[in-house]
Design a protein around this ligand. Structure first.
Ligand SMILES: [Zn+2]
Length: 458
């Protein structure tokens, strides 16, 4: 539009000029070197304008020729770059598709065409990994460490390699370096926490956990629970080394961090007993029993409220059971106390109620208690035998079961003795798959179940 208007103005100006020269004619004479040229002013003006236009055209042509090599070079570079990016993209697609040969070919092409190592190193490393060449991948990752823009990616690659090779110390060093580089990256903090728990660096693990919780890489409740588990372990280690005050402090922190942790209260109460604070231990267990009765609490309660006679213990057991009167553990506690005190009818009543409270069949432990009742209390060996037979096929009693692998532990541990999973033991009835093997570690027996993959379909 502007061009057309401009052209119109130009044509109008030329026509006006021509008309003007036609109206105002004049003569021009040039004498030079014996030559004499005579013409009108209009023709002279046309000649001058013609020469100016010709000069401009010649200059433009010359400039174009002079700049041609540069423009050609630029075009070639641009084309190379475009082909480099295409190779890079195709290489990434090949990695995603799991085609090591194509990935490597495109990586090499991109490397040659682009000459931008930060862009192509990752592709080269990934294609090497895809081809199973971990050494070459490590070389690329190490090269990446030398450049600030790729250092983090290099660390990530090396960290994954170290974890796959189960080289925990190296993985830990790399994860800490990654944390220093990017302290707010969620996966770095959660990986670091896992590694620190695996090597048993509990204090660092708690620090990492708190940082992860601050940036919301872990939800508040799981963070508190894991913190409690690490503190319980710190307390146990301190107690084992005779640092009783540290042990107590850690146990109190654990109980404060997560009151609901199944091992927190019993551990703290046990340390109160060791420190001679029987009253504090008894109070703690009573308040916990009201929320969640547990045999571990009961075991410490017997130490916290020592009695001389079985009948006195019945009184104590009644006091504890009143705090959660309908719970299976309360009724089992009363049943066993009555059995020990020779109160047979009471024992039968409590045990029958315990079986009802658990819902369904009586557990193996309950069957054995019934057998003892029939034998000792009612001198009925036939009934006792019947209960023992029933015990063999009865559902197992609740125990510490690893939620990761199903292994059964006699007491709570921070890491599963079978699969090393952190804080995965839960107090529950083990799965009814046949308890397969009995492993022994010093001082404890572990029944394990076959892993789900090897279970026969039933
Ligand atoms: Zn396990």
């Amino acid at each position: 539009m502007t061009r057309t208007v401009g052209l119109l103005f130009l044509v109008a100006a030329v026509m006006l000029g021509v008309a003007w020269f036609a109206d105002n004619t004049g003569a021009v004479t040039i004498v030079w070197q014996g030559w004499r040229v005579g013409t009108s002013t209009g023709v002279l003006a046309a000649v001058v304008i013609g020469i100016a236009i010709l000069t401009a055209l010649v200059y433009r042509f010359w400039r174009g020729v002079a700049r041609a090599p540069q423009a050609f070079g630029r075009w070639r570079r641009e084309r190379r770059r475009r082909r480099g990016y295409v190779a890079l993209t195709q290489g990434l697609v090949a990695v995603a598709a799991g085609d090591p040969h194509e990935a490597r070919r495109q990586a090499r092409r991109a490397d040659v065409l682009l000459n931008e190592p930060p862009l192509t190193m990752l592709l080269s490393a990934q294609s090497a990994q895809l081809a199973g060449d971990e050494q070459a991948a490590a070389r690329y990752f190490n090269d990446m460490l030398a450049r600030p823009e790729t250092e983090f990616l290099g660390l990530r690659g090396l960290l994954i390699q170290a974890m796959r090779a189960d080289d925990r110390q190296r993985a830990l060093t790399l994860a800490r370096r990654a944390r220093d580089l990017r302290p707010k990256t969620p996966w770095v903090l959660t990986t670091l926490f896992d590694l620190e728990t695996q090597v048993g660096d509990w204090k660092s693990a708690i620090g990492t956990l708190q940082r992860a919780a601050r940036i919301k890489a872990i939800a508040p409740l799981p963070a508190k629970r894991r913190e409690a588990a690490a503190l319980i372990e710190l307390s146990r280690l301190a107690a084992a080394e005779g640092r009783d005050r540290d042990a107590l402090r850690f146990a109190e922190q654990a109980h404060h961090a997560d009151r609901n942790h199944p091992a927190a209260a019993a551990g703290l109460a046990r340390l109160y007993v060791s420190a001679g604070k029987l009253h504090a231990a008894g109070k703690l267990i009573e308040s916990e029993w009201a929320r969640a009765p547990h045999p571990d609490l009961l075991a410490v309660y017997r130490l916290a409220r020592p009695v001389a006679e079985p009948l006195q213990w019945v009184k104590q057991a009644e006091r504890l059971a009143r705090l959660a009167p309908l719970h299976r553990e309360s009724l089992m506690t009363l049943g066993l106390a009555s059995l020990d005190a020779g109160l047979w009818e009471e024992a039968r009543r409590h045990l029958t109620e315990a079986a009802k409270a658990a819902g369904g069949e009586p557990s193996a432990g309950l069957c054995r208690m019934m057998a003892r009742l029939e034998e000792d209390g009612f001198s009925d060996p036939a009934a006792a035998r019947s209960w023992l037979t029933r015990a063999a096929v009865a559902p197992p009693d609740p125990a510490w079961v690893c939620d990761a692998c199903g292994a059964v532990h006699t007491d709570w541990q921070v890491k599963c003795a079978r699969c090393s999973a952190f804080d995965r033991l839960a107090w529950r009835v083990p799965d009814r798959a046949r308890p397969m093997l009995v492993e022994s570690t010093p001082g404890r027996t572990i029944e394990s179940h076959p892993p789900p993959a090897s279970l026969p379909s039933s």
